[in-house]
Design a protein around this ligand. Structure first.
Ligand SMILES: Cc1cc2nc3c(=O)[nH]c(=O)nc-3n(C[C@H](O)[C@H](O)[C@H](O)COP(=O)(O)OP(=O)(O)OC[C@H]3O[C@@H](n4cnc5c(N)ncnc54)[C@H](O)[C@@H]3O)c2cc1C
Length: 410
């Protein structure tokens, strides 16, 4: 049975999320972008409202929700902050805590998840290294076992949430990917750790960090982590040693659905701006709105069609994730999500990029002025177009592997 309707519960959830965001986020998003930070009060309020760790069960400090409700929340956050900063914070702070819930030790889960759930901590992903983010299997950060701890050395770059973890909040950090085997072992020699940036107000010794001067989504920081003899207790190893690559891939698969959700939220916002602007932009002797030109109206029509296609893919991916992880339907496995997750990210990011560039074009010169805010959103969405949470070509690679077969796509 196919049913494209949201349930009553989901509709009520979306309305309550919107009501909160209209009051607390919409009036603040441009200031957040200008001042390069999300006020902690807003993060705390979002925590109280249940925006973080949505799919994590309540017993573990989460909201006990599912991936469809996570996507609803993230879509709405991005619509109300199309610069993407608060959306990025929200989407990461749902997907990666879920991986910690799935594979972390009780100690790691108890230390971090309740803090994330109540909005006091951020838990993201530290995978990318200077040698190339797409080559996760080539991770060079080393984790050496010494008794009941690991000593970690290496460098992570383009990491979201560095200032938030190290300066603004407490008890948060990242799913850290580090090598516990040899380089030759590639993905089979990698482990995952819950790296705490700060614990009870004290920064973890050995973590040096800096913030990058990014071109957009200024509200959330993107930074570099230099790890020098950082001690991570064995209790913070996630799952089994040398299996961290696989958990990370599962995390990326889930996170890409939430990334896609943010991109359809921003695209929806952009399309509304484009329509409103084009209806009101009148000129020539008869003061026609520019929508009378098919060169304008047809492109808006196509953008609306593309957005609907992207939305369907994103919600289908979330629905698949619920069948696999929440309902645990027999016969379904995490890898059954690969195609849907990669397709939703590829499509939604491309849609946000296309819709925002169309909006900029229709605004004309006005889009080139900061106050009209279109470029703020364009630069935010661009972060996903250039690579964040996996390059677009990597999405194509994953889809090709699924539809053609792994052995043909090496
Ligand atoms: C704003 C922002 C925030 C980010 N936040 C995080 C974060 O929180 N945590 C984190 O770990 N990382 C983060 N990243 C990094 C992101 O994961 C990487 O950008 C991404 O993995 C791509 O890596 P790269 O940028 O090094 O590009 P590269 O891997 O160097 O790729 C360069 C180009 O080569 C292409 N390419 C590479 N391999 C292939 C292939 N096999 N087939 C075809 N084409 C290929 C890519 O598509 C791309 O166009 C962030 C990035 C940005 C921009």
């Amino acid at each position: 049975m196919v049913n494209f309707e949201f349930s009553e519960e989901q509709k009520i959830f979306r309305e309550s999320v919107k009501e909160f965001l209209q009051k607390h986020l919409q009036p603040a998003w441009t200031t957040i972008d200008e001042e390069h930070r999300i006020p902690v009060d807003l993060i705390y309020k979002m925590g109280e409202q249940g925006f973080f760790a949505i799919p994590v069960p309540e017993d573990f400090g989460g909201q006990g929700g599912d991936f469809v409700s996570t996507v609803i929340a993230v879509e709405e956050v991005a619509y109300h902050d199309p610069s993407m900063a608060v959306a990025v914070y929200t989407l990461l702070n749902n997907a990666w805590p879920y991986i910690l819930y799935l594979y972390g030790t009780d100690e790691a889960r108890q230390t971090i998840l309740p803090e994330v759930g109540r909005g006091r901590a951020f838990f993201g992903i530290a995978s990318t290294e200077p040698h190339g983010g797409s080559d996760v299997a080539g991770t060079r950060t080393m984790a050496r076992r010494e008794g009941d701890k690991y000593i970690v050395n290496g460098e992570k770059i383009f990491i979201s949430g560095v200032r938030e973890v190290m300066e603004q909040l407490d008890m948060g950090g990242w799913y850290l990917i580090a090598r516990t085997g040899t380089l030759e072992q590639r993905h089979r020699g990698i482990s995952g750790f819950a790296l705490l940036g700060k614990k009870n107000g004290v920064k973890t010794p050995g973590i040096e960090y800096s913030i990058l001067n990014t071109i957009g989504r200024h509200g959330i920081s993107t930074g570099i982590l230099n790890l020098k003899d950082v001690e991570i207790p064995k209790s913070m190893l996630i799952g089994e040693e040398n299996r961290g690559f696989y958990y990370a891939m599962e995390g990326f698969t889930l996170a890409r659905i939430t990334v896609a959700a943010a991109n359809i939220g921003a695209a929806r916002w952009a399309l509304e701006q484009a329509i409103e602007w084009s209806k009101n932009r009148v000129m020539y002797e008869d003061q026609r709105p520019i929508t009378r030109f098919q060169g304008v109206s047809f492109r808006i029509a196509e953008a609306a069609m593309e957005l609907e296609a992207a939305r369907l893919l994103v919600y289908k991916a979330a629905w698949m994730a619920d069948r696999i992880y929440i309902n645990k339907e027999p016969g379904l496995k995490p890898k059954d999500l690969n195609f849907y997750s990669a397709s939703s990210k590829l499509k939604a990011v491309q849609t946000a990029f296309n819709t925002l560039s169309l909006t900029m074009e229709l605004y004309g010169a006005a889009s080139y002025v900061k106050e009209t805010n279109i470029a703020r959103s364009f630069l935010g969405a661009l972060s996903y177009y250039v690579g964040a949470e996996g390059a677009q070509n990597i999405m194509r690679y994953i889809i090709a592997r699924e539809v053609i077969g792994r052995e043909y796509v090496k």
